[in-house]
Design a protein around this ligand. Structure first.
Ligand code: ADP
Length: 332
């Protein structure tokens, strides 16, 4: 068994109940820089002090985490700490540099394509705006359609650029986000989009503010509000809610709209995933809104919960932990 473990391609280090090395294999030398037998008995938190791995070990690794190797930041590792009884653990590190590189290439490609498309689209859009349909009345419907489609393309490019920025971002602006004016603004935006077709209410019971990025939170919340308006037929109701939960607070948008069949719920936040493409397109959707919401929330250590009943409506909730809540700054 030991001979097999020595030759194993992933790094293995057996730790005692105090986090000291009892044994490690060859890949642990190559990927983590451990030395056998010199590192026998070494405390791993101290051994990797000052590196990302040391920090994570100190905090406790609970799930597979992507961490840079303490030997070389270009080596990306997927690290697990598996309990094997009586306080012992196996530290398992797998080299995923290749995957990380592919993922980076995908991100760069999307960002570059979006960026390259932006300028020509702006030019086309600009000229379309200059053309006067009254000059050639026969072409008026064509011109109208071209304007709509160029606006749509522009929106897709802007959403892709926003997603690229969010994906590359590790940290967010930590601002005091006053919820009361933000809720009022979202209500105003909802009413402008709804054009009096829905009953819109705001319930701001939480009486607290958020710590995070004002711009990104506004963009996430406004995506949910715009979805509620777009996927609720005229005469329906939309509630914008900010309330406390047992673990923090949640921003929720509840609508009495079309609802979403249960089998689609898990995939809603994938890029371009739509329950009904025609409904999404005709209502001006890009299919990227919920991906943006998911990324913004993950940068705030928050998560999205969705409840929906077909033909009755949906509730999208952004759940924030207590560490993100601030008391309302009455002076501002
Ligand atoms: P889109 O731009 O198509 O609205 P989103 O990422 O915002 O893209 O949403 C993905 C899909 O989830 C939508 O196409 C729609 O099918 C569904 N969806 C989102 N919000 C709602 C809602 N409030 N009610 C019903 N369906 C919704």
């Amino acid at each position: 068994m030991r001979a097999a473990a020595v030759a194993f391609p992933d790094a293995l280090a057996l730790l005692d109940d105090a986090g000291r090395v009892r044994w490690c294999n060859r890949a642990a030398e190559r990927l983590l820089g451990l030395r056998w037998p010199q590192d026998r008995g070494a405390d791993l938190v101290e051994r990797f002090a000052g590196s990302a791995l040391g920090e994570r070990l100190k905090r406790g690794i609970d799930d597979s985490e992507e961490i840079a190797s303490p030997l070389d930041a270009a080596i990306r590792l997927s690290v697990d700490a598996i309990a094997i009884g009586r306080g012992q653990r196996v530290l398992l590190a797998r080299d995923i540099s290749h995957l990380a590189r592919l993922e980076q290439m995908r991100r760069d490609f999307v960002a570059n394509v979006s960026h390259e498309l932006r300028t020509p689209l702006t030019v086309i859009h600009g000229y379309l705006e200059l053309l006067d349909p009254e000059d050639v009345p026969a072409l008026a419907p064509v011109l109208d359609e071209m304007r709509t489609q160029s606006r749509r393309m522009g929106q897709i490019v802007e959403d892709l650029l926003t997603l690229s920025r969010l994906e590359m971002q590790r940290h967010i602006d930590e601002e005091h986000v006053a919820m009361s004016p933000l809720l009022a603004l979202l209500g105003k935006e909802a009413r402008a989009l709804s054009q009096d077709r829905h009953r819109i209410t705001i319930d701001a019971a939480a009486q607290c503010d958020l710590l995070g990025s004002q711009q990104d939170l506004h963009s996430a919340f406004s995506n949910l509000v715009s979805n509620a308006v777009r996927y609720t037929p005229a005469g329906g109701q939309i509630a914008i809610i900010w309330r406390r939960t047992s673990t923090g607070a949640e921003f929720a948008v509840a609508d009495s709209g079309y609802g979403i069949p249960a089998e689609h719920l898990a995939r809603l936040t994938e890029r371009f995933y739509r329950v009904s493409s025609s409904r999404s397109r005709s209502s001006g959707g890009t299919g990227l809104g919920l991906s943006i919401v998911k990324h913004v929330l993950s940068l705030h250590q928050a998560h999205l919960a969705v409840e929906s009943v077909v033909d009755h409506g949906s509730t999208f909730s952004c759940r924030f932990g207590a560490e993100r809540l601030l008391t309302v700054d009455t002076e501002s």
